[in-house]
Write a protein that binds this ligand. Structure first.
Ligand code: SAM
Length: 291
């Protein structure tokens, strides 16, 4: 095994030159060039030799080198085939790394974890391509991929939305979806100068630790998430109107108003005032009216 070398910007520039690599904007390519940030991510991900790590978008392999040092095994999924010869070079001395040249959104990750780790939960660590942050994270949770934690670099605003609660302007469907599946912990804010090229937006590392079981009980998860989506689709409307106007829901206005009143809320309440527990209760009341 070698020592990680790519956190140093000079070495990154050399590799990029050696392979005449050109960044592809459409793939959200902003490579990390800051060893302090890399150390922080690895520490927050809490990886040991018993762990298998799934990295999404290894780029030239900068973080992969750190992960390979810490973990038992690393599976890195990279869409850009121009990066594959580079990864073979930068990761060549690590025997515990497997690179898969694929679009992560097209891979059956559940099967991958089954085949590579006997179905035992893996830790996901990544500096994510920002244009597909939500589908990646929700795909991991909703697709029942065995994952114990997800430690990822995301756009700062997205990290804010993931960890927000009622009464906060960032609170919305993403906050509730993420918090239904995981505990959130903001590891660090990361400025644009830690990347090459510099992104136009601020970034943050967030750790999502998967709950063993959801913190609330929704009899019909799909109904609860349809209600949440309807509640935030029309943020300025009252919750009752938002639910009444949704194509996905077919409850009468009266049934909706009664259910909101059962929560102990006034009929003028907006969705953004409800906690996850209240959304679960509301969906259970509404599910009860169907039987
Ligand atoms: N991990 C590297 C680092 O920190 O320097 C690169 C991070 S860069 C923000 C995102 C990476 O994800 C790029 O290497 C990009 O090519 C890759 N990527 C983009 N879309 C992808 C997809 N659908 N599936 C797999 N990888 C993807």
């Amino acid at each position: 095994m070698g020592k990680p070398t790519l956190g140093n910007p000079q070495n990154t520039i050399e590799i990029l030159k050696k392979y005449q690599f050109s960044f592809q904007k459409k793939f959200g390519q902003n490579f990390l060039i800051d060893t302090h940030v890399l150390d922080k991510i690895i520490r927050a991900a809490d990886i040991g030799k018993d762990d298998m790590v799934l990295e999404i978008g290894p780029g030239i392999g900068t973080m992969t080198q750190y992960l390979a040092e810490a973990a038992g095994k690393v599976i890195a999924v990279e869409i850009d085939r121009n990066l594959i010869p580079i990864l073979e070079d930068t990761l060549g001395s690590y025997e515990n790394v497997r690179i898969i040249n694929e679009d992560v959104l097209k891979l059956d990750l559940r099967k991958l974890v089954q085949d590579e780790n006997g179905g035992k939960p893996v830790k996901v660590v990544a500096n994510l391509p920002y244009y597909i942050t939500t589908p990646i994270i929700m795909g991991l949770f909703e697709g029942d991929v065995p994952v114990s934690s997800i430690t990822v670099m995301v756009q700062k605003e997205v990290a804010e939305r993931m960890k927000s609660g009622p009464g906060n302007k960032d609170y919305g469907a993403l906050s509730l979806a993420v918090q239904y599946y995981a505990d959130t912990y903001l590891v660090a804010n990361v400025p644009p100068n830690c990347f090459m090229p510099r992104p136009k937006v601020g970034s943050a590392v967030i750790r999502l630790t998967r709950h063993e079981r959801p913190p609330v009980e929704a009899e019909d998860e799909k109904l609860m998430f349809d209600i949440i989506r309807a509640a935030f689709n029309q943020r300025r409307k009252t919750l009752a109107n938002g639910l009444n106007n949704s194509d996905r829901l077919d409850f009468s206005k009266e049934t909706i108003v009664n259910a909101i009143e059962r929560l102990g809320k006034g009929t003028g309440v907006r969705g953004e005032a409800l906690t996850l527990k209240e959304f679960a209760d509301l969906s259970n009341y509404l599910a009860g009216t169907r039987t």
